[in-house]
Design a protein. Structure first.
Length: 325
């Protein structure tokens, strides 16, 4: 059973009981309005509840005029829809079209346009939508545990990718299907969505740590894809490829570390110096392969810079994004 269902049940019961206790006619309608008002995040709840409330008032305005002028006939409802729905949409209250329809149809059902009828509809709106907003604002399940779990999945996939890259560098004939790339991409997308929901639940002081982290991972995944294109040009076994493979093996371990260690970066700096001191390639094939390896090293450096640029504390007691991950 989803948490949103539980919130909907609580808000509906609250709206019905409050309406009944206040002696408002049609307390079940307040329950229906509460069902329509429950949303997944606090910010979205504020936006949609206000849109539904003002859309309903606008709908009541048009309905009262039409019912007074044309009477209570079924075809008048069609005219109401043709006039009111575009007006509500232009007023940026599109989310409230269904709610406004519930209110207007209740007025139509009473076959009377009077102060009492209108006040009753407004009371139902306030109680129904107010109950939904109250339930939404009081508690939203924290997404930190979910995002931490997603983060672990991303770290694991990145670690597997780096091990596969190391194997490919050591043996150019090694075949890898690359399914870890797809799994990492899906996990990052899930993390971005969860981080977005968490941001919408933080009304006053939103924490962007998780959003920054998953955006960083997305950039890094693009960098990894660039690396794989370069590795495809390493078609010959060279000692330099073994040296770079050690870098990726170290990175496969560092990516799951809780804190930044600097080991991969130090190895990268040392290897770059070695490359500058090496003798020039003796053959065209060696030149092409070493050129691809050198570009791979530079792309790896860019990968590490992305993490360092976006390094930021994770929420609460959660671990910080490491600059090597």
């Amino acid at each position: 059973m989803g948490f949103r269902i539980i919130k909907t049940a609580i808000a509906t019961l609250m709206a019905i009981l409050v309406s009944d206790a206040c002696g408002v006619t049609g307390p079940l309608s307040a329950g229906i309005l509460a069902v329509l008002g429950v949303d997944v995040t606090r910010k979205r709840s504020l936006k949609t509840v206000s849109a539904r409330f003002f859309a309903s008032l606008l709908g009541l305005f048009f309905a009262c005029i039409l019912f007074e002028l044309l009477g209570f006939h079924y075809w008048v409802l069609a005219i109401y829809i043709l006039i009111a729905f575009p007006a509500i949409t232009r007023a940026n209250f599109k989310e409230g079209i269904v709610t406004s329809s519930v209110v207007v149809f209740r007025v139509f059902g009473s076959a009377e346009v009077s102060t009492d009828v209108i006040v009753t509809q407004v009371e139902l709106l306030v109680i129904g939508l107010g109950s939904a907003m109250l339930v939404n604002m009081v508690y939203m399940p924290p997404a930190s545990e979910q995002m931490t779990s997603i983060r672990r999945r991303v770290d694991e996939q990145f670690s597997k990718i780096f091990r596969q890259i190391a194997l490919t560098l050591r043996d150019p004939s090694y075949v890898w299907d690359g399914h870890e790339l797809i799994a990492a991409g899906k996990a990052i997308q899930s993390g971005k969505e969860a981080a977005s929901r968490e941001m919408e639940n933080q009304v006053l002081h939103p924490d962007e740590s998780w959003t920054i982290y998953f955006y960083m991972r997305k950039e890094q995944l693009e960098s990894i894809q660039n690396m794989l294109q370069l590795i495809s040009h390493v078609y010959q076994k060279l000692p330099q490829a073994d040296d770079v493979a050690e870098l990726f093996e170290q990175l496969s371990r560092d990516v799951t570390e809780e804190n930044y260690t600097g080991r991969t970066e130090k190895l990268l700096v040392a290897l770059e110096k070695e490359f500058k001191e090496m003798e020039l390639p003796a053959t065209r094939e060696e030149f092409e392969v070493r050129s691809a390896i050198l570009q791979l090293i530079r792309e790896l450096g860019q990968y590490l810079k992305i993490a360092k640029k976006n390094k930021t504390p994770a929420p609460g007691k959660l671990r910080k994004p490491s600059a090597e991950s």
